[in-house]
Design a protein around this ligand. Structure first.
Ligand code: GCW
Length: 687
C-alpha cells in the first residue's frame, strides 16, 4: 500500500499536473522563490504589488527588486520602466502593472530587458451586460458577479471575495475600468440603494486601479425623477442630471462616468425629443465633467432610415463630428453591423476626426458559439486593429486612429463586452478565459500579436508547477512541442474555422434568431423588421447570393476612404473574405481558385468542420499534460462544437442549394440531416 502511495506521489510531482482549479485563470498559484522587495511606499496599491512579487517570483533566489515612484517624462499615464532590479513608474498603479509584467515575463520565459511600457489606451474598460436581477444579456457563464438573482442588494463576504479576485485578474492584464450593468439599462441603477452597492464595489476595486462606470437609461429623469420629460435641453432635466452626478460623486469620488445606449433598439434617446446624439451626450458630459467623468456614447444605432443597415451608424454620426464635448467618447463596434464572425471595420473609424472614438469588441461569444465553441478572438481583434482606414494616408490603422497616435483626441479608450459570470471558471469555457486575457493585453498594447498573446496565456494557464531548477528545463522540453505548439496552433486557427463553418466569404447575420446560436438563413417571419432577418443579409435567389453594397447597390462602399472604396467596389479587387458582404454574385461566378462561387462556399463549410475535427484530435492527444477536470470539460465542448459545425454546414448548404440548384461537390462529406427537419427543429425551439 505504502509503495502505491509513494508511486502516486512521485507521479504527481514528476508530471506536475495537480488539479488546478480553473477559477484561478492565468494567475495560478506558484511555488514562489524568495525575493527581497524594497519599497518605501506603503499605499494599498504598492502593498499589493509587493505581495504579488513575493508570492509569484520565479527569478533568482534572494534577488533584490526595488519599486520606485519617480517622475519620468518618457512614461505615459500608468506606464512603467523595467530594469533588471527595479520597477519604476510615475504612479502606484504603474508600479503594480510593472510588477505583473515582471512576473509574466518570468513565467513565460521572456527576457527581462530594460525598457518602458506605456498603455496604448488611457481607459481599458470591460462592459458587463448584467441586469439588476442577476441575469446577463448574452452571458453564457452563469449569473452576474455584481447583481444577485433575487435582486437583494446585501453585500456578502462571497461577493467581496469575488470582486477582489476579479479586480486582481483585471489589473494583472492592465484593465482599469468596468461598467457594472447592461447597456439596455434599468433606471433603478441610479437609485440610492443601488448606488450604495456600486460604492461597495468601487471601494474594493480602488487599490487595483479599476474605476467603475454605469450604463444609464436616457429617460431616467422621467422614470426615476418623476419629471415630465427627459429632453436634453430642458432645464429641469439638466438640473436632474447635475444633481445625480453630485450624489454619485459624493459617494464615489473617482467614479468613471456613464455608458449610454440611446435611440437604439427601442431604448429612449435624444431623438425622441427631436435632438441629436450630440445634444444627449453633451448634457451628460456637462453633468459629470467637473468631477473628471467621461461619457461613452454608443454608435450602435440603426433606425431604418437607409435601406442598408450597414450604413446607418455612419450616417447618423458623421455630421456630428466636432460637436461633442471633450469628455465624450463615441464607442463604435468593430464592424458596421453587429459583432459578426467577420465584418470589415466600421467606416466610422478614422472618419470622425474631431471626436474621440473608441473601439467596442465583444468578448462574450454571442455570434461565435457562446461558451460552447473554442474560438480565440484575439485574431479577430488584431485584424480589426490592424485594418488600414487610409483616412490620413497609408498606415492609418484602426489602432492608430483610436489610440491618439493620429488624432489629437482628448481621451482614448477601448471596450470589451465581458464574458464573465458566476461559473467556477468565470467564462463558461476554459478557453474563453483566453479572450478576457487577450482583450486586456491588446488594450494595453494594441500592436501585440495574437501569437504572443496565446503563447503567454497557455504558459500561464496550463503550465505544470515548476521549481527554480526545473524552469529552464521546461522551456526546452517536450512540453513545448507536445502541448504548447499544437494548442497554440488550434487557438490561432479557431476563429477562421468558425468563420468557415458559420459564415464564410462575407456571409453575415445568417444565424438563428434570438439566441444567435446555430444556423437560420431561412428565418423571416411576416411583419418582422426586414433588417432583423437573415434573407435580408444573404439575398439569395436563383440569380445568385450576397448583399450588393457597391455603387450599383446600396453604395456602402462610398463610406470608406479611397483606395478602399474602389477596392471593395470592384469584384476583382475585393478581398474574397468580404466578397458576399459587398457583392451579389451568380452561383457560377469564377473564384480566384478556379472553382465556382457555389463550390467555394461548399468547400469553406467543409473545411470548417475538418478544422474542428482536427482540434478534437489535438486536444485528445494533449491529455497527459492537462488536469482531468479541464481536459474533460474542453473535450466535451469540442464534441458539441463539431456537431454544431456539422449542423451549420448541412443547414446552409441544403438551404442555399435550393437557389443554386447545383450539386454539393462529390468529394465533400454528404449532409447528415434533412433541411426540413433542421428547420422544423429550429421552429420548435422557438415556440
Ligand atoms: O448584438 C446586439 C445584441 C443585443 C445587444 C445589442 C447592443 C445589449 O443582440 O443583445 O444589447 O447588440 O449591443 O446593444
Amino acid at each position: 500500500m505504502k509503495a502505491i502511495v509513494v508511486n502516486f506521489l512521485l507521479l504527481f510531482f514528476i508530471t506536475g499536473i495537480c488539479a488546478q482549479d480553473s477559477h484561478q485563470l492565468w494567475l495560478r498559484k506558484k511555488t514562489a522563490i524568495p525575493v527581497n522587495v524594497i519599497c518605501t511606499n506603503k499605499s494599498a496599491t504598492a502593498t499589493i504589488a509587493i505581495k504579488e512579487l513575493q508570492q509569484g517570483w520565479q527569478g533568482k533566489r534572494g534577488a533584490n527588486i526595488s519599486l520606485l515612484i519617480k517622475k519620468d517624462k518618457a512614461l505615459k499615464a500608468d506606464g512603467f520602466r523595467l530594469t533588471q532590479s527595479s520597477v519604476e513608474a510615475n504612479t502606484e498603479l504603474g508600479i503594480l502593472y510593472g510588477a505583473f509584467e515582471l512576473l509574466r515575463r518570468q513565467q513565460t520565459g521572456q527576457p527581462i530587458t530594460e525598457g518602458i511600457s506605456n498603455p496604448s489606451y488611457e481607459i481599458r474598460i470591460l462592459n458587463h451586460w448584467d441586469n439588476p436581477n442577476g441575469s446577463i444579456e448574452r452571458g453564457y457563464a452563469g449569473s452576474s458577479i455584481f447583481w444577485h438573482k433575487d435582486s437583494s442588494l446585501i453585500v456578502t463576504d462571497n461577493d467581496k471575495m469575488l470582486w477582489l479576485e476579479y479586480a486582481r485578474a483585471n489589473a494583472s492584464v492592465g484593465i482599469n475600468a468596468t461598467v457594472l450593468n447592461n447597456v439596455n439599462a434599468s433606471p433603478l441603477m441610479l437609485s440610492a440603494a443601488y448606488l450604495d452597492r456600486v460604492k461597495a464595489i468601487a471601494d474594493i476595486f480602488r487599490p487595483y486601479g479599476i474605476k467603475v462606470y454605469l450604463s444609464i437609461k436616457f429617460s431616467s429623469p422621467a422614470l426615476l425623477g418623476g419629471l415630465k420629460t427627459a429632453d436634453p435641453l430642458d432645464t429641469k432635466v439638466i438640473e436632474w442630471w447635475k444633481e445625480k452626478a453630485r450624489e454619485i460623486y459624493s459617494l464615489i469620488p473617482d467614479f468613471g462616468g456613464f455608458l449610454v445606449k440611446a435611440s437604439s433598439e427601442g431604448q429612449p434617446g435624444p431623438q425622441d425629443y427631436g435632438r441629436t446624439h450630440a445634444d444627449g451626450a453633451n448634457l451628460l458630459a456637462d453633468a459629470v465633467g467637473k468631477y473628471g467623468g467621461i461619457i461613452m456614447w454608443r454608435a450602435f444605432v440603426y433606425s431604418p432610415n437607409d435601406k442598408d443597415r450597414a450604413k446607418q451608424a455612419y450616417n447618423e454620426f458623421i455630421n456630428l463630428d466636432g460637436k461633442f464635448h471633450d469628455n465624450v467618447i463615441i464607442q463604435v463596434k468593430n464592424g458596421p453591423i453587429d459583432f459578426q464572425p467577420r465584418e470589415p471595420f466600421s467606416p466610422l473609424f478614422g472618419a470622425l476626426k474631431q471626436t474621440s472614438v473608441m473601439p467596442e469588441f465583444q468578448i462574450t461569444q454571442e455570434y461565435l458559439g457562446h461558451a460552447e465553441h473554442l474560438v480565440f478572438l484575439s485574431t479577430m481583434w488584431e485584424e480589426c486593429l490592424q485594418s488600414d482606414t487610409y483616412q490620413q494616408g497609408p498606415g492609418s490603422t484602426v489602432a492608430r486612429c483610436t489610440d491618439g497616435s493620429i488624432y489629437l483626441q482628448k481621451h482614448s479608450a477601448i471596450a470589451g463586452v465581458a464574458n464573465i459570470g458566476l461559473d467556477t471558471n468565470w467564462c463558461g469555457h476554459d478557453f474563453a478565459q483566453a479572450n478576457w486575457y487577450a482583450f486586456g493585453r491588446l488594450a494595453w498594447n494594441n500592436s501585440l500579436s495574437s501569437d504572443q498573446i496565446a503563447d503567454e496565456w497557455i504558459k500561464q494557464t496550463f503550465y505544470p508547477d515548476v521549481t527554480e531548477t526545473k524552469i529552464s528545463a521546461l522551456y526546452s522540453s517536450e512540453w513545448q512541442v507536445n502541448f504548447l505548439a499544437p494548442v497554440k496552433q488550434m487557438m490561432l486557427e479557431s476563429r477562421e474555422a468558425a468563420v468557415n463553418y458559420m459564415m464564410p466569404l462575407g456571409f453575415h447575420h445568417i444565424m438563428s434568431a434570438n439566441e444567435h446560436y446555430g444556423p437560420g438563413p431561412w428565418w423571416a417571419p411576416a411583419r418582422m423588421r426586414a433588417d432583423w432577418t437573415p434573407p435580408y443579409y444573404h439575398q439569395a435567389d436563383s440569380a445568385g447570393v450576397g448583399f450588393n453594397r457597391t455603387n450599383t447597390g446600396s453604395n456602402a462602399v462610398s463610406q470608406y476612404r479611397e483606395p478602399l472604396a474602389s477596392q471593395f467596389n470592384s469584384v476583382n479587387d475585393c478581398p474574397e473574405i468580404y466578397l458576399l458582404w459587398f457583392h451579389h454574385l451568380p452561383w457560377t461566378y469564377k473564384m480566384k481558385s478556379g472553382k465556382t462561387l457555389w463550390e467555394e462556399i461548399c468547400y469553406h463549410y467543409d473545411k470548417g468542420i475538418k478544422q474542428v475535427r482536427q482540434f478534437q484530435k489535438i486536444w485528445d492527444k494533449v491529455q497527459p499534460y492537462v488536469d482531468k477536470e479541464r481536459f474533460l470539460s474542453v473535450q466535451r465542448k469540442l464534441r458539441n462544437q463539431t456537431s454544431n459545425a456539422v449542423l451549420w454546414k448541412d443547414a446552409c448548404l441544403l438551404y442555399f442549394q435550393q437557389f443554386s440548384h447545383m450539386p454539393i461537390p462529390y468529394e465533400i462529406e454528404r449532409p447528415v440531416s434533412n433541411l426540413d427537419e433542421i428547420i422544423s427543429n429550429d421552429m420548435r425551439r422557438r415556440r
